[in-house]
Write a protein that binds this ligand. Structure first.
Ligand SMILES: [Mn+2]
Length: 335
């Protein structure tokens, strides 16, 4: 049925989330990381954080659906990431022991080892936050292609450095341990890293003790609101990280619960980051040596009927992709 007046409608179908075979941002599904400058990866994993809400493994599927409508251009930068770099959907990490967290985390690590050896930058959709430990073990530290510990810019309502309890109901490499274990194992240099958006009361009097002892710079939501703001936070990140390889990990519970209700550990008792604040801080990282990023803890079974959390998660992932694509296209003419 080829009619000239259908041409516009045909192109327009590409901007409808429900049309076509769903991949992340409507990118080609290419299973070979060597064909990618940026590898989009689904990490459908949930046994690292299973005591509150447990459907984080459904996150990548939800993001494939929603992000089909977000193959867009970056207007403030006048930048088209999709043509600047080879960006493909690598598919989902196959996890054979998915209910046994510590084994699953090692399977995830092996998958990202192949991405590291291929020289691609992974942007991952979780999955619970334990995937970040697996990814950092594979792509950061002396054994990785970057040959040194990375800095981490970690958006979260929580510290995830809970060494005071040795395991999380049987999960040792859990979502509550990744930010300390990755430092103990020398994949991350906490003294060059920042945790942003911490808020809420806790069941310990001093839940940030381990983060401070490791050397993280903690920007609580109160400090963000009352002192640093967007510009001060960007300045702090850039000064602290410098030219070090840096990994960005974004727990969606850093966002306000009203705009991101579908998360594993919601903190609705006080306001989280707005989308504008999160986007502007990420955009402020333009030009930095970002070696990978993730968006984690999406819980699609709790999302609103219009998938608001997945839509905001999509926008966060888009900004992270653009920061990486912008730098890659400037340093080596990728694509
Ligand atoms: Mn969290």
């Amino acid at each position: 049925m080829e009619r000239p007046e259908y041409e516009f409608a045909r192109q327009d179908l590409d901007f409808l989330h429900w049309w076509g075979v769903p991949t992340l941002f409507r990118c080609p599904h290419v299973a070979d990381p060597r064909a990618c400058d940026i590898a989009l990866v689904g990490a459908p994993h949930s046994s690292g954080n299973g005591t509150t809400w447990r459907d984080q493994h459904l996150g990548p599927r939800s993001m494939r659906d929603v992000s089909m409508a977000y193959r867009r251009l970056h207007l403030p930068w006048q930048f088209d990431p999709w043509s600047a770099c080879r960006i493909n959907d690598l598919g989902d990490v196959p996890i054979y022991e998915t209910l046994v967290n510590d084994r699953a985390v090692r399977e995830i690590e092996a998958f990202y080892g192949a991405i590291d050896r291929a020289g691609a930058c992974p942007v991952s959709i979780g999955g619970d936050h334990s995937i970040s430990l697996a990814i950092l073990r594979a792509i950061a530290g002396p054994e990785s292609r970057h040959r040194q510990p990375a800095a981490v810019v970690h958006f979260d309502a929580h510290y995830d450095t809970y060494d005071d309890f040795p395991n999380w109901y049987g999960a040792y490499d859990s979502a509550g341990h990744w930010a300390s274990k990755s430092v103990h194992e020398r994949h991350v240099d906490a003294t060059r890293s920042v945790q942003i958006g911490i808020r809420g009361h806790d069941v310990w009097m001093d839940p940030g003790k381990t983060s401070r002892e490791l050397g993280y710079r903690i920007v609580t939501k109160d400090e963000f609101d009352d002192d640093l703001g967007i510009d001060g936070t960007v300045e702090l990140i850039r000064e602290r990280v410098g030219i070090l390889p840096v990994y960005v990990s974004f727990d969606l519970d850093a966002l306000d619960t009203a705009i991101a209700p579908a998360v594993s550990n919601p903190e609705p008792g006080e306001e989280g980051l707005t989308m504008k604040e999160a986007i502007r801080v990420i955009q402020g990282m333009r030009g930095m040596n970002v070696i990978g990023a993730d968006v984690v803890e999406l819980m699609p079974s709790l999302d609103s009927p219009n998938a608001m959390t997945a839509q905001n998660a999509t926008r966060i992932a888009f900004e992270l992709i653009c920061v990486i694509a912008d730098r890659l296209s400037n340093i080596d003419g990728a694509g």
